[in-house]
Design a protein around this ligand. Structure first.
Ligand SMILES: Nc1nc2c(ncn2[C@@H]2O[C@H](COP(=O)(O)OP(=O)(O)OP(=O)(O)O)[C@@H](O)[C@H]2O)c(=O)[nH]1
Ligand SMILES: [Mg+2]
Length: 312
């Protein structure tokens, strides 16, 4: 039987001017996968106008559900905006970065808000794409079904490693300490954190690249201990203070709550996320920042003719 699953997106906010990019992601997702497999597509959004929803419905053949996040910018009840603003400005121990409140709320939403959202209650799995996630080649099998058949909870396409210069001040030490303490207290294994840590137990910056992830909602939704872990993260304020990313929290949660055999690495799917590419049949991830193009043979061969809006 086909898994109860949905494809999910968070549409860019209108002021981000990324609608064209988003449409192209939808086009490739549909052409290379969903035309054949027909999963419903749930598009969460902050302010997507009716006319654009209509444009999506009339351009593509998938079944679309639009879900407005009315409380997207709402803070946890123990915080107030003045405090958060100071962190965003780099004051009181907060981390100043280009990513403001919207981005940080997005990370918090993907980290756990999505897993408990009522719009997904009817589904057991979701496959997430970002507006700048692209399937570069046809996917001739159903990865959601693969995950289910193998009894897995989490599926990813690539691992990324954040540049230590960029992660400085990101509160990695705090989240690692907090996670270890929590795991010890609750007798959860710590050994699967090793691939994501250095020899001193500090985060090594390696994380699941969550802009492509397939996840078993029913596993997390029904897990009381996971809810406790989330509550701990929420009260540590790291999403606001340090811009903790959903890639970071997902990686840590998968490491303490799952066995390695519950995690599946999809290595055959051709995928690109802005300037990162995972070519088909390769575990590597290639970075091709416009002025520093990765010209390795496999990337040139696969992506030579593949362009996205914004490419030079
Ligand atoms: N509504 C809304 N969506 C957002 C906001 N920030 C990001 N998103 C969406 O969240 C997803 C991830 O955002 P990105 O900006 O691509 O985040 P990222 O992949 O970490 O950053 P890049 O490396 O720049 O791509 C995308 O689908 C965006 O449309 C926001 O403030 N509001
Ligand atoms: Mg992105």
């Amino acid at each position: 039987m086909k898994p109860k699953a949905a494809i999910v997106y968070l549409a860019p906010k209108e002021s981000m001017n990324r609608f064209e990019v988003f449409l192209y992601s939808l086009e490739l997702m549909e052409k290379h996968f969903n035309q054949r497999f027909g999963y419903p597509v749930v598009i969460f959004h902050e302010d997507l106008p009716e006319a654009k929803m209509e444009q999506i419905r009339s351009t593509f053949s998938s079944e679309f559900y639009f879900e407005k996040l009315v409380d997207f910018l709402e803070l946890p009840t123990h915080l107030n905006i003045e405090k958060v603003k100071r962190w965003l400005q780099g004051k009181d121990g907060g981390r100043l970065s280009a990513q403001g409140l919207g981005y940080r709320q997005m990370c918090r939403f993907y980290s756990h808000g999505l897993l408990f959202h009522p719009a997904l209650h009817a589904y057991d799995y979701y496959w997430r794409f970002d507006d700048d996630s692209y399937l570069t080649h046809p996917v001739n099998f159903d990865p959601i079904e693969t995950l289910e058949k193998q009894g897995c909870v989490y599926g990813f396409r690539s691992l990324m490693r954040e540049d230590p210069k960029r992660t400085e001040g990101q509160g990695l030490k705090e989240i690692m300490t907090l996670t270890r303490k929590f795991a010890r207290k609750n007798r959860l294994p710590l050994k699967h954190l090793r691939p994501f840590s250095d020899w001193l137990g500090r985060s090594n910056g390696k994380q699941y690249y969550t802009n492509f992830e397939i996840n078993k909602l029913s596993f997390w939704r029904n897990n009381t201990l996971f809810k406790e872990y989330i509550s701990l993260l929420e009260h540590a304020d790291g999403f606001y203070k340090y811009r903790w990313g959903d890639a970071l929290t997902r990686t840590l949660a998968c490491s303490i709550f799952l066995k390695p055999q519950q995690i599946h690495h999809f290595t055959t799917i051709g995928y690109r996320h802005n300037y990162h590419a995972a070519v088909t049949d390769s575990v590597d991830i290639h970075y091709f920042i416009p002025d520093e193009i990765d010209r390795s043979a496999s990337v040139v061969q696969e992506l030579g003719a593949f362009h996205i809006p914004g490419d030079a």
